[in-house]
Design a protein around this ligand. Structure first.
Ligand SMILES: *[C@@H]1O[C@H](CO)[C@@H](O)[C@H](O)[C@H]1NC(C)=O
Ligand SMILES: *[C@@H]1O[C@H](CO)[C@@H](O)[C@H](O)[C@H]1NC(C)=O
Length: 231
């Protein structure tokens, strides 16, 4: 498994997808077995600032590019009876505060790929789709911005996470929940007691550590309850 990881890890994210998108098979004479979609654009951990353009750009990176790469890779994946692995987040199932743009893009992935999976099954397209619902992973990315706002949450190791992502794709699971204890617990609570889960999520955020940023030039968030804010 060590060698497999060495081969696959550098390919995770844009690298593999761009190879698939640009080569039209020529650079992949042996075909393509697994498409792992795992890249995101930068967003902020803060109150929604009213910047619609940021959300449009984030959707382009976090969602539309996943769709485009899937379309490009699909002929090769049908050939190999391969796997599509979509890396998402608990923010795409049970959102917390201060991540509205990010959370929106992750929900979009669930909607698109879970619908597409139905179609594959109906049409006997033997390409599996695995949606990875990840909790807080020790990638170091949250350190600068988000971690100050989170309490009591220990990150899970990225190495084990990467292995679980590959394994769940190879086993053709519909979803990976990692780390299983926390993520399964949250999803169970979401079904049984969503209000309680929301309270629990907010209690894990240190709101005082999140400073409301000044709104970007020319835009503002209408106050809650104002005309036009409740569409
Ligand atoms: C789908 O593909 C997998 C991997 O090649 C194979 O093990 C499985 O038998 C296939 N299922 C069907 C229904 O053909
Ligand atoms: C932040 O990064 C440092 C070193 O990179 C690490 O020791 C520390 O545990 C990290 N903190 C969090 C909250 O992830």
């Amino acid at each position: 498994m060590g060698l497999l990881l060495k081969v696959i890890l550098p390919l995770m994210g844009l690298g593999l997808a761009m190879l698939a998108a640009t080569s039209k098979g020529a650079l992949l004479p042996g075909g393509l077995d697994m498409l792992i979609l795992n890249h995101i654009g930068h967003s902020y951990f803060n109150y929604f600032d009213g910047d619609v353009d940021h959300i449009r750009k984030l959707l382009e990176t976090n969602f539309l590019s996943y769709v485009a790469m899937t379309v490009t890779a699909l002929p090769m994946l049908k050939e190999s009876e391969g796997n599509i692995v979509v890396v998402s987040s608990v923010a795409g199932k049970a959102p917390g505060p201060f991540a509205a743009p990010y959370s929106a893009t992750k929900f979009a992935l669930d909607g698109f790929f879970s619908s597409l999976r139905h179609e594959f099954i109906i049409e006997n397209v033997n390409v599996s789709i695995t949606l990875c619902i990840l909790g807080y992973i020790d990638t170091g990315k949250l350190n600068a911005t988000g971690a100050r706002g989170l309490r009591r949450v220990a990150p899970s190791p990225k190495e084990e996470c990467a292995l679980e992502i590959i394994r769940s794709g190879a086993l053709r699971q519909h979803e990976l929940h990692y780390p299983p204890g926390i993520v399964n617990g949250m999803l169970l609570l979401r079904g049984l007691a969503p209000g309680f889960l929301d309270t629990l999520i907010r209690s894990n955020i240190v709101v005082e550590n999140v400073q409301r940023a000044p709104p970007p030039h020319g835009t503002r968030v209408p106050p809650a309850g104002s005309p036009g804010s409740g569409r």
